[in-house]
Design a protein around this ligand. Structure first.
Ligand SMILES: C[S@@+](CC[C@H](N)C(=O)[O-])C[C@H]1O[C@@H](n2cnc3c(N)ncnc32)[C@H](O)[C@@H]1O
Length: 286
């Protein structure tokens, strides 16, 4: 690889999206950026980077970040978070928020929408209990293209086969050509917005539950620490945070503690009681 352009792209990606590109992953530059270079009218990546170095074309920078990020997602990914939400966290929210009849969930780094839509389907099944309640699911991502796909709620047969129970497919999707589209009532339950995790989250408001899954793994320690601090600042005192199965707050912050090792749920460490209390009671008989 031409010297200079790996370093240039590595620095650009860290600065813009937090993505860490280690030399062993440099092959990704070739496979993911060659199509971008060609579609933008350049002969190769080197020429594209030369142009970028002389003037920062924002459209090109965005296209590079979007192509280099991994957008892999699936319905009910890892299953446990969604089971915990349905059986323990939602009942707690119904109790703890009974005065305002309102709670807010944030799916940070939502990719093509499978994660927030999985939550929406769980909430839909609880419609009777939620009568008179306002429930919000805000789903954000840095990538405009995945957000556009997510808003359409259109999924391929392959995506549908990954994690979606057949009863949910029958109940909530319509077959459109070779794709499956989520019905409008479920799509309307999710508010997709553009948001970069490296920026200030206060404008999004406060949340009772946050899912930030399978994105911290791509960041360095400094960025992970900064993002966890931002997330903690918009998580209600008794709220809960879900991280991905390969992610943790350990060594990054002592302000967010695991509720129970292994299940990916975290809480503010300074609070004695939280929405996930039932989880500890269930597992430890406390
Ligand atoms: C692997 S997907 C995870 C999707 C979903 N959370 C899940 O677990 O299935 C990671 C997503 O993080 C997004 N992402 C990467 N860097 C980001 C940043 N700085 N701010 C917001 N989203 C980011 C990517 O665009 C991508 O869609």
């Amino acid at each position: 690889m031409a010297s200079g352009y790996f370093e240039y792209l590595r620095d650009l990606l860290i600065e813009r999206s937090g993505l860490v590109l280690t030399p062993d992953k440099s092959y990704l530059i070739e496979t993911r950026l060659m199509p971008v270079a060609l579609s933008m009218g350049y002969q190769n990546i080197e020429e594209m980077v030369q142009v970028l170095k002389s003037s920062r074309n924002e459209t090109l920078v965005t296209a590079i970040c979007e192509a280099m990020n991994t957008h892999e997602s699936l319905f009910f990914r890892d299953q446990v978070p969604f089971d915990l939400f349905k059986t323990l966290i939602l009942p707690q929210l119904l109790k703890r928020r009974a005065d305002k009849r309102h709670f807010r969930i944030w799916c940070a780094a939502c990719s093509t929408g499978q994660e927030p839509y999985s939550l929406a389907m769980v909430l839909k099944a609880a419609t009777a209990k939620l009568k008179g309640w306002k429930t919000e699911i805000i789903a954000t991502d840095i990538s405009h293209s995945v957000l556009a796909r997510a808003r359409k709620g259109l999924f391929s047969q392959f995506e549908i086969q990954r994690g979606l129970p057949v009863q949910m497919l029958v109940k909530h999707f319509s077959h459109i050509g070779e794709h499956w589209q989520l019905n409008q009532d479920i799509r309307d339950m999710v508010d997709f917005r553009h948001y970069n995790l490296l920026t200030e989250p206060k404008l999004l408001g406060m949340f009772d539950m946050i899912l930030c899954r399978n994105v911290l793994i791509y960041f360095n320690v400094e960025t992970k620490t900064q993002v966890l601090s931002s997330i903690g600042s918009v998580l209600r005192d008794d709220g809960v945070l879900f991280l991905g199965s390969a992610e943790s707050t350990m060594g990054l912050t002592d302000k967010l503690w695991p509720v129970e090792a292994g299940c990916g749920v975290y809480r503010h460490s300074h609070i004695t009681s939280c929405i996930a209390d039932a989880l500890e009671t269930k597992h430890f008989g406390a």
